[in-house]
Design a binder for this molecule. Structure first.
Ligand code: ATP
Length: 517
């Protein structure tokens, strides 16, 4: 299946099985805003739990907070967001479509990269086992030519971003003959800056109302609570503060489903360290975070680090963790060394001293910060796209059938166990409900008695339920059931009182945490 088809199928599947719905759908939707359905919310909560516990349970020096979305407007002045939280915007005059100028150039870079990868894959097929990828990349003329093109474009792009040179961004688009994907023309406007923050007003009268912003990141809520947490928790540096919460950005181009939304959720952790040690901690968190992703078992080669072309105004090192989505490698998480920028700015704008007395050094300083910042929704999309599978299986009547299965890691699955009476009589439904009553305190169980057993299995496969238990007439005689495993479709007969331990071992987050230690 090609990747574009896969992505379309994922979107349709998400809706059909209650994972994600377009927001306000009966009113034709609202751009880049989505709602999570009955299965989506469970999966999302499990992702958040995996992140939260890996931060605050596994690290004794990381604690959590939950700060308000509304904050004092001066915070956004101090953080630089009022003046600098901009994206470069460009319009095509023919299609009237709006784009991010940087995104158009990044797509051009990805195209060149795609050409190189195609050459490499072709050669791999030709040479077989004797293929030496490194030598091929260093010597093949077509690869070298494209690599030079990529380097030149990349260097020019990075310089333009770093100098905030909007004219040069336009020139790059023109020189590379980048066309609008809709109109196919090069009839572009100038590039201009666009601030991504949403604003609203707080207060009841026009005179007293205050212009406030919907937070574009959760991080500032952590910075302005640094002193509160450090003092009330008697925290010693190094320590971290974690938070999960909504963030809002008026994205110029909102495409790719839940990859880029205008209302989304972030999981951020700010780690406060002694000045001068920040780059060591940056490396440490980089390793910790990539391990967290890889522990899910989606394939190590589907991840890569991407070093930023342009460092944000607050950072002295920054890297993204990228995942291979159906539309290519894209950022899911950023790890940034934010220096003492934010705390110093809040110290300056609030007039309050924000410092740490380090008893070992016997001196006070503004701590440095290393941040890990991941979008819940992008993580959700990662999990969904890595888990979606279409498989050809025996149709039972000698023919072939297709099953759609979400191979979700069991600890993340929305429903852990489906219990099904083979038929709707002879006491089987009551027996099945009895099993659920026993197990519902342990994990999310679902009762299903409608349609044939085969159809019921398919429905559970489609939402990623790792275990199905079937109650039949034999169950009434000897208290055994059939347990069916989602991935292998194997079935075995087990005693009812074994079911809990079979499942518990697989669905516990501890299984993932063990891989992080
Ligand atoms: P991008 O370059 O894709 O716009 P960013 O570099 O601006 O992202 P950060 O400010 O570093 O993103 O935000 C941290 C994380 O928050 C991102 O890695 C991403 O997972 C998530 N995120 C940011 N913007 C969005 C959005 N519009 N929709 C969904 N998730 C987002």
């Amino acid at each position: 299946m090609n990747q574009e088809d896969l992505f379309k199928k994922l979107i349709a599947h998400s809706k059909e099985y209650g994972f994600i719905f377009p927001s306000s759908e009966i009113y034709d939707g609202l751009g880049a805003v989505y709602d999570y359905g009955q299965n989506g919310v469970e999966l999302k909560n499990n992702i958040k739990k995996y992140w939260w516990e890996s931060m605050v349970l596994l690290n004794e020096n990381v604690v959590g907070i939950d700060s308000a979305i509304f904050m004092h407007p001066t915070i956004w002045k101090a953080s630089g967001h009022v003046d600098a939280f901009n994206d470069p915007l460009i319009d095509n005059k023919d299609s009237k479509k709006r784009y991010r100028a940087d995104a158009l150039i990044e797509e051009e870079l990805a195209k060149i990269e795609g050409k190189i990868e195609k050459e490499v894959e072709k050669a791999r097929g030709r040479f077989g086992a004797s293929f030496d990828e490194k030598i091929f990349r260093e010597t093949n003329p077509r690869v070298l030519e494209n690599q030079q093109k990529w380097d030149a474009l990349h260097n020019r792009f990075a310089a333009a971003l770093n100098n905030s040179d909007l004219g040069e961004l336009k020139q790059i688009i023109e020189d590379n003959e980048i066309v609008c994907p809709i109109s196919g023309t090069r009839n572009w406007t100038e590039v201009r800056q666009f601030n991504l923050m949403f604003s609203t007003e707080m207060g009841s009268t026009a005179d007293s109302s205050l212009k406030i912003y919907l937070r574009p990141e959760t991080a500032q809520g952590i910075f302005v609570n640094y002193l509160n947490v450090q003092k009330s928790g008697r925290m010693k540096i190094p320590f971290g503060i974690a938070q999960i919460g909504k963030a809002f950005r008026n994205e110029i181009v909102a495409r790719q489903f839940i990859f880029r939304m205008r209302e989304f959720e972030q999981m951020e952790m700010q780690f406060f360290v002694r000045p001068g040690t920040e780059l060591d901690w940056f490396e440490k968190w980089k390793e910790t975070r990539i391990k967290w992703h890889k522990a899910l078992g989606f394939g190590d080669s589907n991840y890569r680090f991407h070093v930023h072309e342009k460092l944000a105004h607050y950072a002295n090192a920054a890297v993204d963790i990228e995942f291979k989505f159906p539309f290519g490698f894209k950022e899911v998480e950023g790890i940034h060394s934010r220096t003492d920028f934010d705390l110093s700015q809040h110290q300056k704008y609030s007039g309050k001293k924000i410092q740490y007395f380090d008893p070992e050094l016997n001196e006070s300083y503004v701590p440095y910060v290393v941040e890990t910042s991941i979008g819940v929704d992008r993580m959700f999309l990662q999990v969904l796209s890595a888990s979606y599978c279409e498989e050809e299986i025996d149709g039972g009547d000698g023919g072939k059938d297709t099953r759609v299965v979400l191979r979700l890691p069991a600890p993340l699955a929305p429903v852990k166990l489906a219990v099904m009476p083979l038929i709707k009589k002879d006491g089987l439904p009551e027996k099945a409900r009895g099993i659920i009553d026993e197990l519902k305190f342990e994990f999310n169980c679902q009762y299903d008695e409608k349609d044939s057993i085969g159809k019921r299995y398919r429905r559970q496969d489609a939402i990623g339920t790792p275990f199905c238990v079937t109650v039949d007439h034999q169950t009434m005689e000897d208290d055994t059931v059939t347990i069916r495993y989602r991935d292998t479709m194997d079935q075995e007969r087990v005693a009812i009182d074994q079911v809990k331990s079979i499942i518990a071992g697989q669905v516990n987050l501890k299984r993932l945490f063990e891989k992080l230690m």
